[in-house]
Design a protein around this ligand. Structure first.
Ligand code: PLP
Length: 379
């Protein structure tokens, strides 16, 4: 395999050189931020500066931003402890059928513990409306969890409007937003969504794996998920992952220094889609995606796992949707009620601002060859 053609940036992103450098420096300065001597204090100061960087990109105060080990942890913390914080109100949760497994599996676990969960169904385009959410609210609703950008379709859900509607219904309902695919992918700051709790992850924005953050709006009280030495203001114990935090913050700064990144990602996505439609006439677009970096297409009647494997053998990396495993179609595309042949052949393409036309052309060649050579249930 001479070179990797990578169109799976929603799965993970390459670690930015600035992040690598910051991590190497941090690994060399190994002090524990909790240690009382100068070497420890220096580490604590670096974590403080890094928290300020991420908080600024979020539009919140550093006191509202808590480092976690990943997006999954942030989702678990927010939902489990959010429901618990509103226990006296009730045990009803509203979420959507298109959330990431980190949210859905957490909700399912809470169902096993006695919670009741309403899963809002998307339309054929993957959209969910404010009216749907409002209709699902009840006096015993404790928490709403709605993602900002869907990781398989790139569709943006109307989170800010939904927060307003939920708070107008009952200001005590906690609103959590999984913004893992939205952080640094939209112009607006995540704190402006108005949500009480917002989850992000480092490895989707050019930072390392193993680091994320949960925004907890001032005034919202959540019990910790992890108890121990009292780090993160007593809310998330565990020695701070100083190198990961440094890499995350450096990646955030590098994104900030590249204001044209969203337009470039959107432009290469548009080029790729029009190129693909021409090269592979059988290909259909499931979702162009509102977010600049994600879209979904399908080769109706083909088996997406086979297409992904055949392309992978040529060094072309795409995905069949994050939750597509053991031959089952993605829960997101299934919830959209796509016809079976579309479901079978569904593929997610995701982009970086630095994806090139040459790479897009190589993807089109590879998909054309796959469509010409593979078996389809429709032919
Ligand atoms: N939420 C969404 C929307 C995601 O796309 C992902 C990762 O793909 C996650 C949560 C989980 O994040 P992490 O991989 O950092 O646990």
């Amino acid at each position: 395999m001479d070179r990797l053609i990578y169109f799976d940036y929603a799965a993970t992103t390459p670690v930015k050189p600035e992040a690598v450098q910051a991590m190497v420096e941090s690994l060399g300065q190994f002090g524990n931020p909790s240690s009382r001597y100068e070497y420890g204090r220096q580490a604590a100061l670096r974590v403080k500066a890094d928290r300020e960087t991420v908080a600024k990109a979020f539009g919140c105060s550093p006191a509202e931003l808590f480092f976690t080990s990943c997006g999954t942890e942030g989702d678990n913390w927010a939902i489990r402890r959010g429901v618990e914080a509103n226990r006296r109100k009730g045990k009803h949760i509203v979420t959507t059928a298109v959330e990431h497994a980190a949210v859905l599996e957490t909700c399912k676990d809470l169902e096993r513990q006695g919670c009741e969960v309403t899963y809002l169904k998307p339309d054929r385009a993957g959209r969910i409306t404010v009216e749907q959410l409002t209709a699902a609210l009840r006096p015993d609703t404790a928490l709403v969890s709605m993602m900002l950008v869907n990781n398989e379709t790139g569709v943006t859900l109307p989170v800010a409007e939904c927060v307003k509607a939920v708070k107008a219904f009952d200001a005590s309902i906690l609103f959590h937003c999984d913004a893992v695919q939205g952080f640094l992918k939209t112009r607006s700051l995540l704190a402006r969504l108005g949500a009480d709790l917002v989850t992000v992850s480092g490895h989707k924005v050019g930072g390392p794996k193993g680091i994320g953050a949960l925004y907890i709006k001032k005034g919202v009280r959540l019990r910790p998920l992890l108890t121990g030495g009292g780090q993160e203001e007593g809310l998330r114990s565990g020695t701070e992952a100083t190198a990961q935090i440094a890499g995350f913050a450096a990646a955030v700064r590098a994104n900030g220094a590249d204001p044209g990144r969203l337009e470039r990602a959107a432009a290469i996505k548009e080029y790729t889609l029009s190129n693909l439609k021409e090269a592979v006439p059988k290909l259909e677009v499931i979702s162009q995606g509102d977010a600049p970096h994600i879209c979904a297409v399908t080769l109706p009647g083909y088996k997406s796992e086979v297409v992904v494997r055949v392309l992978g053998d040529r060094g072309v990396c795409i995905s069949s949707g994050s939750a597509c495993h053991k031959g089952k179609p993605s829960h997101v595309f299934a919830a959209m009620n796509l016809p079976k042949p579309w479901l079978d052949g569904a593929l997610r393409l995701s982009f970086s601002p630095d994806s090139t036309k040459e790479e897009a052309d190589a993807l089109a060649d590879a998909l054309k060859d796959a469509a010409d050579s593979l078996f389809t249930t429709l032919s």
